[in-house]
Design a protein around this ligand. Structure first.
Ligand code: PEP
Ligand code: MN
Length: 339
C-alpha cells in the first residue's frame, strides 16, 4: 500500500523485517568476539566492490555501531568469571606456606598465641608445635583491639621475634598486618600475611597484599556474606597474588553462648564456589575451649583444609584473648582428637 509520501509501506515493512532478521543472524555470529577482529582490513575487503545506494563511510559507521552495540551487550550479559571462582579454575589451588601445603590431600593447621608477647612465650609454643610435627605458627604483632586502651601488640618487635622463631625452630610464621604500609616490613619477616576480620573489606590493604607474592590468610568479616568474602579475595587475586586462603572465623548473630556463630556451611559453600583453600578458626568463632575440638572435627568433616586455633603457654597471663587460648596441656588433647 502506497502512502501520501509515495512510500510503499508494506514493501518497506517486509524489507526491514528481513533486515532485522539478518541483524539477529549477524549478532549470533559475532557475539562477544567481534571487538577482536581486525575491523579496518575487514571493512576495506567488504566495501571494495560496493557500488550501492549508500556512501561507504555511512555503511562503515553503521557496521561499527552494530559492533559496539553487540560487544556492549555481550559484556553486560556475561561478565567474565571471578578469578577466585571454580568457573575460572576448576582444580583446587594449593597454597604453600614454608613447608606446609594448604589445600592438598592432608589438612594443614595453624596454631599459636593470639599475640606475640615475648620471645620465650612464642618459643615455648613453637617447640610444642615442632614436636607435634606441625609446620606453621601464628602470633599477632599488630593487634586490632576493640578498645584503644588494650594491648595493641609489639608491632615491629613482634615481627622480629617471629623471624627469630622461624630461624630457631624451622616453622613458617604467620601474622596479621593492618595497614598497607606494613606490607614491605612484614614481607621481610613473615611467610604469610593474615588479614583480620575487621579488615576484610579494607580494600587498599587487600590491594597492597595483592601486589605481594606472599600467601594471604583472609579472615571472614564478622558481618560479611559469602559473596562479600569471595569479592574480598578477588581484590587480592585481581592484583596478581593467587596465594589466598579463606578463613571462616564465625559471624555475628543474636546467639550469645558462643563468641561468634561458627558458620560451618561457609566451608562447603566456599569450596564449591572457589578453588582456594579454606581454614576454620575455632578460637575466635566459638570463644569456648570445651567445644573447640568438636567444632574443629565438624569443620574438617565439612571439607576444611585445616584448622586455626590459639595456644598460649600460660593463658591466665595472656595480654589478649585470655579466656579462649588453650594451654599446652589443653592443646595436647585438642590436637590428639583432631588428627
Ligand atoms: C586473630 O586471629 O588474631 C584475630 C584477631 O582474629 P579475627 O580477625 O578473626 O578477629
Ligand atoms: Mn585472638
Amino acid at each position: 500500500m502506497t502512502g501520501n509520501d509515495g512510500l510503499d509501506r508494506e514493501k518497506l515493512m517486509e524489507i526491514d523485517t528481513a533486515l532485522l532478521e539478518l541483524l539477529d543472524s549477524r549478532a549470533a555470529v559475532t557475539g562477544p568476539v567481534e571487538k577482536r577482529v581486525d575491523n579496518a582490513e575487514y571493512y576495506s575487503r567488504l566495501l571494495a566492490e560496493y557500488e550501492g545506494a549508500y556512501d561507504t563511510a555511512f555503511i562503515q559507521a553503521l557496521l561499527e555501531g552494530l559492533t559496539d552495540a553487540s560487544s556492549k551487550q555481550a559484556d553486560a550479559e556475561e561478565p567474565p568469571p571471578l578469578l577466585v571462582s571454580r568457573a575460572h579454575q576448576s582444580a583446587d589451588t594449593i597454597v604453600r606456606i614454608g613447608e606446609a601445603e594448604i589445600g592438598g590431600d592432608e589438612p594443614a593447621h595453624i596454631f599459636g598465641p593470639c599475640s606475640v608477647e615475648s620471645y620465650s612465650q612464642v618459643a615455648e609454643v613453637a617447640s610444642d608445635l615442632k614436636r607435634k610435627g606441625l609446620k606453621m605458627i601464628r602470633g599477632g604483632a599488630f593487634k586490632p583491639r576493640t578498645s584503644p586502651y588494650d594491648f595493641q601488640g609489639l608491632g615491629k618487635e613482634g615481627l622480629e621475634i617471629l623471624l627469630e622463631i622461624k630461624k630457631a625452630h624451622g616453622l613458617a610464621v604467620v601474622s596479621e598486618i593492618v595497614a598497607p604500609e606494613h606490607v614491605n616490613l612484614a614481607e621481610a619477616h613473615l611467610d604469610a600475611f593474615q588479614i583480620g576480620a575487621r579488615n576484610m573489606q579494607n580494600f587498599e590493604l587487600l590491594k597492597a597484599v595483592g601486589r605481594s607474592s606472599k600467601p594471604v590468610i583472609l579472615k571472614r568479616g564478622m558481618s560479611a556474606t559469602i559473596e562479600e568474602f569471595l569479592y574480598a579475595a578477588e581484590y587480592i587475586l585481581a592484583e596478581g597474588n593467587g596465594n589466598v586462603v579463606f578463613c571462616e572465623r564465625g559471624i555475628r548473630t543474636y546467639e550469645k553462648s558462643t563468641r561468634n556463630t561458627l558458620d560451618i556451611s561457609a566451608v562447603p559453600l566456599l569450596k564449591q564456589a572457589s578453588h582456594l583453600p579454606v581454614l576454620v578458626d575455632v578460637t575466635h568463632s566459638t570463644g569456648r575451649k570445651e567445644i573447640m575440638a568438636d567444632c574443629a572435627k565438624a569443620a574438617l568433616a565439612a571439607g576444611a583444609d585445616g584448622i586455626m586455633a590459639e595456644v598460649h603457654p600460660d593463658p591466665a597471663t595472656a595480654l589478649s584473648d585470655r579466656a579462649q587460648q588453650m594451654s599446652l596441656e589443653e592443646f595436647d588433647k585438642f590436637h590428639l582428637s583432631i588428627i
